[in-house]
Structure formats: structure tokens, C-alpha cells
Design a protein around this ligand. Structure first.
Ligand code: NI
Length: 176
């Protein structure tokens, strides 16, 4: 089922999400929520989605990139579901690149992110997993983990002057 996406200004985006009790991960309500989040992410051409972006304040994110029309230059990322993710290590260097967000629809801004991150989480099977990601994948993980902490990418922009409407970003800022 395609779910309604929460938009900036809705308090659910600003409240830290609750961890999912591990024994509930494989139960039907959480499994259905994960399926609906994947369907919603694909419907709106997102590359990632956090549960509070569909009005559920629980620590679940889904990520996938497969020839995305909103991010045509993004490298492919296999479908990834992270429950209760926790960043346990990161690069000592940040890189700046453009981000958007389904909850801040129609904008792009330059955001510095760690070049690589290591995350501990649970998979949808309930199995614990440690994941190391770099580049755009690491960027999406940091963006989505921020959502779970009640943050959006605008909070991470040291300089709001790059903030652009999507059409103007395509016209003036997008690099070939
Ligand atoms: Ni977002």
C-alpha cells in the first residue's frame, strides 16, 4: 500500500523515532510496514525513506537506487532495509554533494557527509547486520539515519545559499 508522505512542518519529522523491539521485527505489522515503505519509496522515486516520513515514529529505513529519475547520476544500490540502525564508525573526511528529500519536495541543497560509514542494524529477518558503505550509499544512510533522529538535510547545510528549487538546480547547478 502506498502511504502518505509527511512533509516538513509535521512534528513527526522532528521527534526522534523509537527503536523496534527485536522480537517484533518479524511480526506481521512491522513486515507490512516495511513492504509499504518500499512501495511508497518506489512510487515517489525516492532513493531512501525513513518510517517517520510515513508518519510512523519507529527506527526503520529502506534504501534502493535503480536508475532513479530524481537522481539520474546515482550509482545503483540494492534494496536495503535497516532496523534500529546505529552509526558505529565513520570516515574522518566529509564530502559535499547535492541532496533532496521527499519531505522537502522540490528542493536540492549541498550537504557535507562522511565519505564512508559503518552501521550496525537489524535486517527484516531479525538478524543483526554490520554494514560498511561509502560514497552515495553512505550519504543516503546518513540522510535516513538523520530522519530517525528528527533531523532533515537542511539542518546539515553549513551554508543555505546553495538551496535551490529543483528546476533551477537542473538549469544552473547540476553538473554533467
Ligand atoms: Ni529525506
Amino acid at each position: 500500500m502506498i502511504l502518505k508522505v509527511s512533509r516538513l512542518g509535521h512534528p513527526v519529522l522532528r521527534n526522534p523515532c523509537e527503536p523496534v523491539p527485536v522480537k517484533e521485527i518479524t511480526a506481521e505489522p512491522i513486515q507490512r510496514l516495511i513492504d509499504d515503505m518500499i512501495e511508497t519509496m518506489r512510487e515517489y522515486d525516492g532513493v531512501g525513506l525513513a518510517a517517520n516520513q510515513v508518519h510512523v515514529s519507529q527506527q526503520i529505513v529502506v534504501i534502493e537506487v535503480e536508475r532513479n529519475v530524481r537522481y539520474p547520476q546515482a550509482p545503483a544500490i540494492p534494496l536495503t532495509v535497516l532496523i534500529n540502525p546505529r552509526m558505529v564508525a565513520n570516515a574522518n573526511k566529509q564530502l559535499k554533494d547535492w541532496e533532496g528529500c521527499l519531505s522537502v519536495e522540490g528542493f536540492r541543497g549541498e550537504v557535507p557527509r562522511w565519505d564512508w560509514v559503518e552501521v550496525e542494524a537489524y535486517e527484516r529477518t531479525g538478524a543483526p547486520v554490520t554494514l560498511r558503505a561509502e560514497g552515495f550509499f553512505a550519504r543516503v544512510i546518513q540522510h535516513e539515519c538523520d530522519h530517525l533522529a528528527g533531523k532533515v538535510y537542511l539542518d546539515r547545510m553549513p551554508d543555505l545559499r546553495s538551496l535551490s528549487h529543483l528546476q533551477e538546480y537542473v538549469r544552473y547547478r547540476q553538473e554533467a
